[in-house]
Design a binder for this molecule. Structure first.
Ligand code: ZN
Length: 277
């Protein structure tokens, strides 16, 4: 611990500072900065963590909070202030934010990665474009990054990501519930298992972008959209609908009613066409 007179505690003073120091960039994540620091000092992250007395297995959790003693050791080894080290970790997150912040990097910026950077905002489920260079973030599994998706879908997904961020930042329970409901529904349509928060952080852009796009689509007349999905498609979609709305009987009934109306109208227009021909 750094003492009031500006010195270091006896335990930390025993640690040898690394020959070279590296200054973190804006929004840099602790693990990413430590990796750059290791490279600058001709070692790898495992060695660097061992130097400050940390097991590599804990590397994943470093970004989400550090004990004061660990902050102190890293700061001393890197020759920066403990406050700077602390600022590279995520601050305390509420439950929704935590669920929508990935423990593992699922996407990255193709440009900034070339500069060996790993930024905090890439871990957020709502991050779509890199805040530093503006490039669209791509999945960290390159095979999945090659999926060809339409521009329209990408645009909707981008809009959905903005809506998701707004809901989380405002901590709007109503909006978040509405968003998660449309994501759950989309997941069921695409036969994706798991919870909506993890689908929004999927390595597979086909899943992630469809879920984000669903958020944008469901903003306008969500019940009608759901009803449109529900008519004229197979039983699987009906099950999906039931699953999405199971906790809200009144909503489900409304969706069914709108669905029936659409179906009746569709039948009426089809029979008119047949009569005319
Ligand atoms: Zn970038």
């Amino acid at each position: 611990m750094r003492l009031r007179n500006g010195g270091w505690s006896r335990q930390a003073r025993k640690l040898r500072p690394l020959p070279k120091t590296v200054m973190p960039t804006q929004d840099e994540l602790l693990s990413g900065w430590l990796r750059r620091l290791a490279t600058a000092n001709y070692c790898d992250l495992v060695d660097l963590l061992a130097h400050v007395g940390l097991d590599y297995r804990y590397a994943v959790s470093l970004d989400f909070g550090l004990e004061a003693g660990t902050v102190e050791k890293i700061a001393l080894a890197a020759r920066v202030t403990p406050e700077l080290v602390q600022s590279l970790t995520f601050p305390a997150l509420n439950d929704t934010e935590a669920a929508l912040t990935a423990l593992f990097p699922f996407q990255a910026c193709p440009n900034c990665t070339m500069r060996s950077l790993a930024l905090k905002h890439w871990r957020r489920a709502w991050a779509f474009d890199c805040e530093i260079c503006g490039a669209m973030l791509t999945p960290t599994l390159p095979k999945l990054g090659k999926a060809v998706l339409s521009q329209k879908l990408l645009q909707r997904a981008r809009t959905g990501s903005v809506l998701l961020e707004q809901a989380v930042m405002q901590n709007s329970i109503r909006q978040i519930r509405r968003i998660m409901r449309s994501v759950t529904f989309t997941m069921a349509l695409k036969n994706v298992r798991g919870d909506p928060a993890s689908a929004l952080q999927s390595f597979d852009p086909d899943i992630r972008f469809f879920c984000l796009a669903a958020i944008a689509v469901a903003q306008k007349r969500p019940l009608l959209k759901a009803a449109l999905f529900a008519t004229g498609i197979d039983d699987f979609a009906t099950v999906a609908l039931l699953r999405s709305y199971q906790k809200d009987d009144r909503l489900l009934l409304t969706v069914e009613r709108i669905g029936r109306q659409i179906e009746n109208r569709r039948r009426a227009s089809t029979s008119n066409t047949i009569e005319r021909s």
